[in-house]
Structure formats: structure tokens, C-alpha cells
Design a binder for this molecule. Structure first.
Ligand code: NAI
Length: 318
């Protein structure tokens, strides 16, 4: 059975071009009513134009789809959701996609370079999503996408501001996934790679042409479908490939013993073990993460054997 979005109302931010346009077209093709948001800024966030969003709406309508344009900045989150409700009466899906770049080496990053990027990506996603949240909760259905970036996951020279905002969105998504779960409101994060006006400055033209946004959109549609139970996931996607990421934590080392000082020397001496990923664990929640720490606490305090702790010899030898 093909995945239909008939009856669903979808808001795609920054949908006047690039990835967002592709999402809007794909949702509309499968029956969704789509709000095409775009304030028509340049890649650095300057300027304003209704043309970008209008063009995508025309494209959708020409194919018999349902769409309206919205030209507000995502910094006016309430307005985007209000115009969605005014046009279609509900909100089922929010794809937080709008974005700009102000790349600078860290030393040259100005307050404005920092603030604009946080405002559009992180704060914009917060404001749009918060405005939609109660509607989704009340109807016991919602799907939210956050758009992160490999630059946030791995870091990238000249993108300190952007990396921080993009991984901030992952942190936001992690908690929304927990708070939304019981209301069937799911939030997932993607780190896409696609040719667009944002990437044409850093990619050669043939790569821009071949890494099509069409190779990203199907993941977004699946994550936003009612059949999809994925929640709190992080996915890298591009060129027709999709992979999932998760955290890994080393077994670690207890470097403290009852009634003895914990010293940086012991940390140094155990460093290889602390950073050894053999038999790494993959905690998925704060509870799981804390559990091992609480176990160590009681082991150390009871003076009992901490089996992962060979520090006595190291400590007395130094
Ligand atoms: P794009 O520049 O083609 O699309 C972004 C759109 O957002 C533009 O149409 C722009 O007018 C709009 N926009 C900017 N500020 C806005 C605001 N305040 N309110 C409403 N709309 C606004 O770029 P692309 O590549 O399609 O990027 C889409 C998203 O994917 C961005 O969040 C970007 O950071 C992210 N991304 C893209 C990658 C890629 O390889 N293309 C890589 C990693 C992340």
C-alpha cells in the first residue's frame, strides 16, 4: 500500500527552494494540504521576497495539489501555525527546514553571525514547533522533523555558529521525543546532504546537480507518516542512502576509591582504558546513563570491590 497523506496538513519551513521545496512537492503529490513557508531571504538571511514560496505553490497547484504560501520568518513561529490553521483548520506535520549560513572561522565570528544562525535554526524551530505542539497533543497525532547537519554532528571548519545551532536542534528533538511520545507526537532529526543554493558555494557543480533533494525527501515523508513509529531518531541521508546514528559509551574506568583522593594522575594513567571502546555500551536514556554511575557510587562508598578499578597500584606508585 502506498503511503498517503490525504487529510493531513503539513507545514514545511523554508520551502521556497532546495530541500524544502522538494518536501512540499512530495507531500502534496501524496494528498497532503501543504503550507509552503519561505520569507525569500538570501543565503545569509538578508532580503525578503514572496516569489520563492509563490512559485512552489503554483507548481503544486498546477499538478492538482493543495497548497498555500506563507512568507513569515520562522522567528514568528505563531504566525506560521496561525496561517496553517486559517488555511486548512489543523496541523499534523511540521518540517523545520528553513536555514541560512554565515560561515566564518571562529575567531572572526561576530555576535551577529552567531545570533542570526541561532535565531533562524534553533530558536525558529523552537517557536514554530511550540506553536504547533498543543494542537498535535490534543489531536493525539503529530510528526516533527528537525534538520541538523553533519557539521553539527562532527564539527566543520568555519561553521562554529551553525554547528552549535544544528546540534542544539538535536537536543531539542531528543526531549520532544520523550514529551510527545504518549500523545503520538513524534520528533526525528535528519542530517541531509543535497545540492542546493546553500551547498553550491562549497560543492563542485556536478555534485550539486547529482545530489538531488529527491534523494532525501522520501525519508522525511516516511518519518512523518502515521504508520511510522520511529521517534527520537537521528539519520544521515543523501544520494539515496539512509543511515541511523546513536551514542556509544566506553565501559569506562572507576578512578576513585573509598577514602582516597581522586587525582588527575590516576585519570591520566587510566586514560587509554577510559577511552577504550571495546565492549562499548549504547545508553538510550538519562536513566540508563545514570544507572552505571549510581552503581559505581555505591560500590565505591561501600568500599567493596570495584571490578573495573585497578587504580590502587597506580595510585600508590605515583
Ligand atoms: P536552501 O537555501 O535552498 O533552502 C533554505 C530556505 O530557507 C530558503 O528558501 C530560504 O529563503 C529559507 N529561509 C531562510 N531563512 C528563513 C526564515 N527565517 N524563515 C523562513 N524561511 C527562511 O538550502 P537547503 O540546502 O535546501 O537547506 C535546507 C535545510 O537543510 C537547512 O536547514 C540547511 O541548514 C539544512 N542542511 C542542508 C544541507 C545540504 O547539503 N543541502 C546539509 C545539511 C543541512
Amino acid at each position: 500500500m502506498s503511503l498517503s497523506f490525504e487529510g493531513r496538513v503539513v507545514l514545511v519551513t523554508g520551502a521556497g527552494g532546495g530541500l524544502g521545496r522538494e518536501y512540499a512537492l512530495a507531500f502534496a503529490e501524496r494528498g497532503a494540504s501543504v503550507v509552503v513557508n519561505d520569507l525569500g531571504a538570501d543565503t545569509k538571511g538578508g532580503g525578503k521576497s514572496s516569489a520563492a514560496a509563490d512559485k512552489v505553490v503554483e507548481e503544486i497547484r498546477a499538478k492538482g495539489g493543495k497548497a498555500v504560501a506563507n512568507y513569515d520568518s520562522v522567528e514568528d513561529g505563531e504566525k506560521l501555525i496561525q496561517s496553517t490553521l486559517d488555511a486548512f483548520g489543523r496541523i499534523d506535520v511540521v518540517v523545520n527546514n528553513a536555514g541560512i549560513l554565515r560561515d566564518r572561522s571562529f575567531a572572526r565570528t561576530s555576535d551577529l553571525d552567531w545570533d542570526l544562525i541561532q535565531r533562524v535554526h534553533l530558536r525558529g524551530s523552537f517557536l514554530v514547533t511550540r506553536a504547533a505542539w498543543n494542537h498535535m497533543k490534543n489531536q493525539k497525532f503529530g510528526r516533527i522533523i528537525m534538520t541538523a547537519s553533519a557539521a553539527g554532528i562532527y564539527g566543520n571548519f568555519g561553521q562554529a555558529n551553525y554547528s552549535a545551532a544544528k546540534l542544539g536542534m538535536l537536543g531539542l528533538a531528543n526531549t520532544l521525543a520523550i514529551e510527545g511520545r504518549k500523545y503520538n507526537v513524534h520528533c526525528n532529526t535528519i542530517a541531509p546532504v543535497a545540492g542546493s543554493r546553500l551547498t553550491e558555494t562549497v560543492m563542485p557543480p556536478d555534485l550539486v546537480a547529482s545530489l538531488k533533494p529527491e534523494y532525501v525527501a522520501p525519508l522525511v515523508l516516511w518519518l512523518c507518516h502515521e504508520q511510522c513509529q520511529e521517534n527520537g531518531g537521528l539519520f544521515e541521508v543523501g544520494a539515496g542512502w539512509i543511515g541511523k546514528l546513536r551514542w556509544e559509551r566506553s565501559q569506562g574506568r572507576t578512578v576513585r576509591q573509598k577514602n582516597q583522593p581522586m587525582t588527575p594522575e590516576v585519570v591520566r594513567d587510566q586514560w587509554d582504558k577510559i577511552c577504550d571502546f571495546t565492549d562499548a555500551t549504547k545508553p538510550t536514556s538519562v536513566q540508563e546513563s545514570l544507572q552505571s554511575i549510581m552503581t559505581v557510587l555505591s560500590q565505591v562508598e561501600s568500599g567493596g570491590e570495584v571490578d573495573v578499578n585497578p587504580t590502587a597500584a597506580a595510585a600508590s606508585a605515583t
